[in-house]
Ligand binder design. Structure first.
Ligand code: TXA
Ligand code: MG
Length: 310
């Protein structure tokens, strides 16, 4: 515990100096900087090699700290009460007097916000008086990191400090919902879209508004492991790494289990880690067996589909 406290102190020192640091979250590790500081967030973009027109998520401790910066409505409050802190991000309207850096909003009047549940990062957020802008802590378009070592592998000594919070529990990024206008999901993720669906439709039943699920495929190379990925593979070909979620009788050195019992939560947690291991071993091709498109399987399929696009 004492070690954690001194690491949080260190983290705050870096952040107060407009440096960026690695932070653990329950979804994936983030590359964090003071979201009120143009200087800090510029460093995040530079280190990550992120195109400047791609906005960042601001991470807050609670609704109270958020209220200064964003307009909130009943739909937001209901979803916040149900899912936060947790793996969901909301696109909200900025208040005129908001202090959020225009850089992370791409100069627009909206911002994506999130309340991560990881205990260390919550401790950190509680102690600072600014939100943290934090994209996933990987070089743009690559695989998100799910451990401190993954972040080290991405940035090496260029990143001066990483708060070590152990392996990410969920292993896939947050669900993103746009609450401006008709609510719609922009990215599938840690919270099942149907659960969100249910709550919004209960709220908006009177207006017969139905939530629309839209998965943007803007960047084809997103979540790319950098080698070809073949989906719904019934078997593997020679020299192909084969990602499986159910145990096979046969032994094969090219088999990589993300679960042995068809457990989708476990599969989500192990997916990015396994993709990294496969790359490190020098494979040039990956095959993945069919993943059931239910619960977090939806988000897994979204990521591997994008990973499979050339
Ligand atoms: O789980 C997560 O959300 C992780 C952890 C670190 O919190 N963060 C994360 O951030 O995945 P990033 O930047 O890697 O992905 C955020 C996505 C990007 O595709 C970005 O385009 C989109 O969210 N986004 C950010 N701000 C937005 C906005 N104002 N409107 C629409 N999309 C936005
Ligand atoms: Mg990312």
């Amino acid at each position: 515990m004492k070690k954690n406290d001194s690491n949080i102190k260190k983290a705050i020192k870096y952040l107060n100096n407009n440096e960026c640091i690695g932070i653990p979250t329950e979804t994936v590790y983030g590359l964090a900087g003071n979201a009120y500081s143009d200087k800090a967030v510029s460093r995040v973009y530079k280190l990550k090699r992120r195109p400047r027109n791609n906005p960042l998520i601001a991470h807050y401790y609670s609704i109270n700290s958020l209220k200064k910066d964003c307009e909130i409505d009943n739909t937001f409050i209901k979803l916040y009460k149900k899912f936060c802190p947790g793996p969901i991000s909301f696109v909200l309207k900025l208040k005129k007097k908001s202090r959020v850096s225009k850089i992370i909003t791409n100069n627009s009047n909206s911002v994506a916000v999130r309340f991560p549940s990881h205990s260390l990062t919550r401790k950190l957020l509680k102690k600072i008086n600014y939100p943290l802008a934090a994209p996933s802590a990987n070089i743009s378009a690559g695989i998100s990191p799910v451990s401190k070592q993954d972040v080290v592998d991405e940035f090496g000594p260029k990143l001066k400090f990483i708060l070590d919070g152990g392996p990410s529990k969920i292993g896939l990024e947050s669900t993103i919902i746009n609450l401006i206008g008709k609510p719609h999901i922009l990215r599938l993720g840690g919270i099942n879209s149907k659960l969100i669906y249910k709550i919004i439709n209960q709220l908006e039943n009177k207006n017969k508004k139905k939530i629309k699920i839209k998965v943007p495929g803007t960047s084809k190379l997103h979540y790319s492991p950098g080698i070809p990925v073949r989906l719904n593979a019934k078997k593997n070909y020679q020299n192909e790494a084969y990602i499986l979620i159910k145990k096979r009788k046969k032994l094969d050195k090219n088999y990589f289990y993300i679960s042995k019992t068809n457990n989708l939560k476990q599969a989500a947690k192990n997916l990015y880690k396994t993709l990294r291991i496969i790359k490190k071993k020098g494979y040039k091709k990956i095959a993945i067996e069919n993943i059931p498109n239910i619960n977090i399987g939806e988000a897994i399929n979204d990521r591997i589909l994008r990973a499979s696009k050339k």
